[in-house]
Write a protein that binds this ligand. Structure first.
Ligand SMILES: Cc1cc2nc3c(=O)[nH]c(=O)nc-3n(C[C@H](O)[C@H](O)[C@H](O)COP(=O)(O)O)c2cc1C
Length: 458
C-alpha cells in the first residue's frame, strides 16, 4: 500500500501560565490561584483544537501582578486532569534543580497526561537570590543544562524495551534485568539511576529550549526538538533558523529540527485601522520612564540613557560588550541590532514593550498573512495565537485566525493523534548525537573556556 507523508503544517499554542496579568487581575478572585482562569483557557483551546498550552516562568517576585507566578509543572498537572488532547508545555529552569527530580517530574506529567508533556528548558537569568547561590555565568548555566539533559535522557531510557509487559490476566510483569542503572558521573552530578517510574507514554517528554545566545543555540541544536524564540522580524527569523538548523545538521540531526516556535504578540482588529488605533493608544498611554527602565533591562541592565533625547538616534557606543552580560545575551543582541538600524530612543522604548518578540497588528486575515509568510519562508513551525482568557481575542482567534489558517491548509482541522509528539509531527525520541570525533563535546568545552564572540545570533 502506498504511503504518503502528510503536508507540513503549523502547530498552534495558547499561553496558560499561572501569572497574574492585567487581564487575569480583572477576572480572578485575588485570594485564589489563577487556575480557574487557566482552566477556561485550556477548555477553550482544546475546543478550538489548539495543539498545546504553554507556561513561561519567572523565579523572582516582581512585575507579575498580585496573583504572582505559580509553578508551571503543578499548573500543567492540574490542567492535564480537565483536558484529554491538548499538549502541556511547562517552562522549568535547569539552573536551580536536580536532574533526577526533573526527570521524575516531567516523567510523571507525561504519565498523568497520557503522553502530552513537554519541557521548555531555560537556564534563567534571574532568581538566584532565592536559591542561595550567585547566578552562574551563561557558560556555566549552559554546560549544566547539557548535563541535566544527558542525565534526564538516560533516566527516561533506563527501562529497556520489554522491561514491562502485559502478563497473564492483564497484569503488568516487570523484568528487573531490563531496568538498568545509568551510573552517571559528570562535572555537576553523580546519579546512579535507574528512574523509579515506568517508561513514559512518549518515551521522553518533548524537549523545547529557550535561550538564543551562542551557547543557547548550541544547546538547542543538540538537544531541542523545538525552540521557543523571540524573533521580531523575518530577517531575525531567517538568520536564527539558518544558524540553529545548520548546526543541528552538522551534529547529524534530521532536517527540519529543531522546530521553530515563535511567540507572536498579536493585536487583533475587525479592520486594520481599528488594530492600529489600539497600538497607537497603547503607545500614547504608556509611562515612558518605566519604558526606559525596561529598555535598559533589554540591553543587559548596565547602559546609561541619560542625555539621549526621545526622538534622537541612540548611539551605537552604548551597545554593551556581550561577554559582560550575565543575563539574556540573545535579547541584548536583538536590541543592539535595533540600535545599529538607527532607531530613536522613543522607538526603542516602544519596541521594549514587546521584549524582543514578534508583534503584528491587523485583522485576523492580515495576521494569517504574516504567519503564512514566515511559514513559507521555512522559519516557522509552531505559533502562539493570543490570550484566550480575553473574550475579544478569543473571538478573533477562534472565529477569525484559526478558520482562515485552516482554509489555507496551514493548520490541521483536528488533532493528529493522542500524544503531543503526534501533533507536532515529531519522531520517537532518539539519543542526542554523539560527538563527531570529539567535535560536539568540544563545542561545549570551548563555550566553557572561551568568551563568546560578538556574533549576531538573532
Ligand atoms: C523566547 C525566550 C523565552 C524565555 N523564557 C524564559 C522563562 O520563562 N523563564 C526563564 O527563567 N528564562 C527564560 N528565558 C531566558 C533564558 O533561558 C535564560 O535567561 C538564559 O540564561 C539566557 O538566554 P540567552 O541564551 O538568550 O542569553 C527565555 C529566553 C528566550 C529567548
Amino acid at each position: 500500500m502506498a504511503t504518503s507523508t502528510p503536508p507540513r503544517t503549523i502547530a498552534t499554542v495558547a499561553g496558560a501560565g499561572g501569572q497574574g496579568s492585567e487581564v487575569y487581575d480583572q477576572a480572578v478572585d485575588p485570594d485564589r490561584s489563577t487556575i480557574e482562569q487557566a482552566k477556561i483557557i485550556a477548555r477553550r483551546a482544546e475546543d478550538a483544537r489548539i495543539d498545546a498550552l504553554f507556561t513561561a516562568d519567572l523565579l523572582r517576585f516582581g512585575a507579575q501582578g498580585p496573583i504572582g507566578n505559580q509553578e508551571p509543572l503543578i499548573f500543567m498537572a492540574a490542567l492535564a486532569g480537565i483536558t484529554s488532547r491538548i499538549g502541556l508545555i511547562a517552562t522549568v529552569t535547569s539552573t536551580f534543580h536536580h536532574p533526577f527530580n526533573l526527570a521524575r517530574l516531567f516523567g510523571t506529567l507525561d504519565h498523568v497526561s497520557n503522553g502530552r508533556a513537554a519541557w521548555n528548558l531555560v537556564t534563567s537569568s534571574i532568581g538566584e537570590e532565592n536559591y542561595g547561590v550567585p547566578l552562574p555565568s551563561p557558560e556555566e548555566r549552559y554546560a549544566r543544562a547539557a548535563e541535566v539533559l544527558d542525565v534526564a535522557n538516560a533516566l527516561w531510557d533506563s527501562w529497556r524495551p520489554g522491561a514491562l509487559r502485559r502478563g497473564d490476566h492483564g497484569r503488568a510483569v516487570l523484568d528487573p534485568d531490563l531496568v538498568e542503572p545509568i551510573d552517571h558521573r559528570g562535572r555537576f552530578f553523580t546519579v546512579a539511576g535507574p528512574l523509579n517510574i515506568p517508561p513514559l507514554p512518549q518515551g521522553r517528554p518533548v524537549i523545547f529550549q529557550a535561550g538564543q545566545s551562542e551557547a543557547g543555540v548550541e544547546l538547542g541544536a543538540r538537544y531541542a526538538e523545538a525552540v521557543f524564540t523571540s524573533l521580531p522580524t523575518l530577517d531575525h527569523a531567517r538568520a536564527y533558523t539558518t544558524m540553529i538548523r545548520s548546526r543541528a545538521a552538522q551534529l547529524g540531526r534530521p532536517g527540519g529540527l529543531p522546530l521553530i516556535f515563535s511567540s507572536l504578540h498579536a493585536t487583533y482588529g475587525a479592520t486594520e485601522a481599528e488594530a492600529l488605533r489600539q497600538v497607537r493608544e497603547r503607545e500614547e498611554a504608556f509611562d515612558l520612564d518605566r519604558g526606559r527602565e525596561r529598555l535598559i533591562d533589554m540591553l543587559g541592565g548596565g547602559v546609561d540613557l541619560t542625555g539621549i533625547g526621545l526622538d534622537e538616534r541612540v548611539p551605537e557606543s552604548i551597545i554593551p560588550d556581550l561577554t559582560s552580560i550575565n543575563g539574556r545575551r540573545g535579547r541584548v543582541e536583538i536590541f543592539a541590532d535595533y540600535i545599529r538600524q538607527g532607531r530613536t530612543l522613543r522607538e526603542l522604548i516602544i519596541a521594549a514593550q514587546d521584549t524582543g518578540h514578534w508583534a503584528v497588528a491587523g485583522t485576523p486575515e492580515q495576521i494569517a498573512d504574516a504567519i503564512e509568510e514566515r511559514f513559507r519562508a521555512g522559519v516557522l513551525d509552531v505559533i502562539s495565537v493570543g490570550n484566550l482568557a480575553d473574550d475579544t481575542q478569543h473571538d478573533f482567534v477562534v472565529n477569525g485566525l484559526l478558520p482562515d489558517l485552516r482554509r489555507r491548509g496551514l493548520v490541521r482541522p483536528d488533532y493528529a493523534g493522542p500524544t503531543l509528539r503526534d501533533n507536532l509531527g515529531l519522531p520517537a525520541p532518539t539519543t542526542p548525537p554523539e560527538p563527531v570525533a570529539g567535535q560536539a563535546r568540544t563545542a561545549f568545552e570551548s563555550i566553557l573556556t572561551e568568551p563568546t564572540s560578538g556574533r549576531t545570533s538573532a
